[in-house]
Write a protein that binds this ligand. Structure first.
Ligand SMILES: [Mn+2]
Length: 309
């Protein structure tokens, strides 16, 4: 059982020099001291405690590999790689503490940090890092997820199913949580009642399938009433065929085009309303269960948007 800081790996990927200086891919944008940064949380402890299919520990490596060969947009800025926090065995709390401190440090040097999980236990560390960097800010939490992740910690502690209950416990009055894309049959009535009691705002997967814009009013309101937004994307919000490489694949899921549209809306609305988006994470990518790397690639497309958008 231990926690280590692993330095950033060397990024490599396809090069097309014959196409001239604009043939740039993301692996060619990685440099120290950039405005945006990625950090990995290589951890299976949260999913293990949640009795899920393990494999999220390999998520950061698979996400970097999928990011590396994506094409850079026009006038792309550089981004930094801060390496990983690696959790061996069941050292979950120590790992979350290390990641929270690393995120708080990173937020003093970088305008936006994108965390590559790890299971959804990543979120408890992400939020604490953001809170440490901004002790008095009003923080709105936007979770794109099939699950509310509001279970109460057991005797063994937290897990990938408890992060938002743990965050609320830090300061119940300040808790402002919107979960978009949840599946009714994947959340017990106990969780839905708890969400109602705790004032959690919810948009169901069915609503987004019927109308891709169904979450827009709730998202715009969340951004408008807060100083900062923390965006956390559980890749299992997508359908099983788009995201097979997760602990718990979704039978239904929200279409990828809708999730992309929501990410664009968050970036645009935050910019329009002067609400900052200093922190986002992508969690639950589990390469051992992936098919043709589609889950990692899908998550990387979203990470690219958050890093460079
Ligand atoms: Mn989740």
């Amino acid at each position: 059982m231990s926690v280590t800081r692993t330095p950033a790996p060397d990024w490599s990927g396809r090069m097309d020099p014959e196409d001239g200086p604009d043939a740039i891919r993301l692996h060619q944008l990685v440099a120290p001291g950039a405005r945006r940064a990625v950090i990995g949380f290589a951890c299976d402890a949260g999913v293990t405690r949640n009795k899920g299919r393990i494999g999220a520990k390999q998520g950061p490596a698979a996400l970097r590999q999928a990011l590396a060969n994506l094409a850079a947009p026009a006038d792309a800025e550089l981004f930094s790689d801060l390496g990983d926090v690696t959790v061996d065995g069941d050292a979950l709390e120590a790992g979350q503490e290390t990641l929270a401190n690393a995120i708080a440090d990173a937020l003093s040097d970088h305008e936006r940090v994108v965390v590559l999980g790890g299971g959804h236990e990543t979120a408890f560390a992400s939020f604490r890092g953001l809170r440490k960097a901004h002790p008095r800010a009003r923080i709105g939490i936007l979770n794109l997820d099939a699950h509310l992740d509001l279970r109460l910690p057991s005797e063994a502690g937290g897990s990938s199913g408890t992060p938002f209950a743990q965050i609320r416990d830090l300061d119940p009055e300040a808790f402002d949580y919107l979960c978009v894309g949840y599946a009714e049959e994947s959340n017990t009535q106990a969780l839905l009642k708890r969400a109602q009691e705790w004032g959690v705002k919810l948009v169901r997967d069915h609503e987004l399938i019927a109308d891709p814009l169904a979450a827009n009013p709730a998202i715009t309101d969340l951004i408008a009433r807060n100083d900062l937004v923390y965006l956390t994307i559980d890749i299992d919000v997508l359908s099983h065929f788009q995201a097979p490489g997760v602990s718990a694949p979704a039978a239904r899921g929200v279409p990828f085009s809708t999730i992309e549209r929501i990410v664009s809306l968050v970036l645009k609305t935050a910019a329009d309303l002067n609400t900052s988006l200093p922190l986002a994470d992508l969690v639950e990518v589990s390469p051992a269960h992936d098919r043709d790397g589609v889950t990692a690639k899908t998550a990387a497309v979203l990470a690219r948007r958050l890093l460079l958008g």
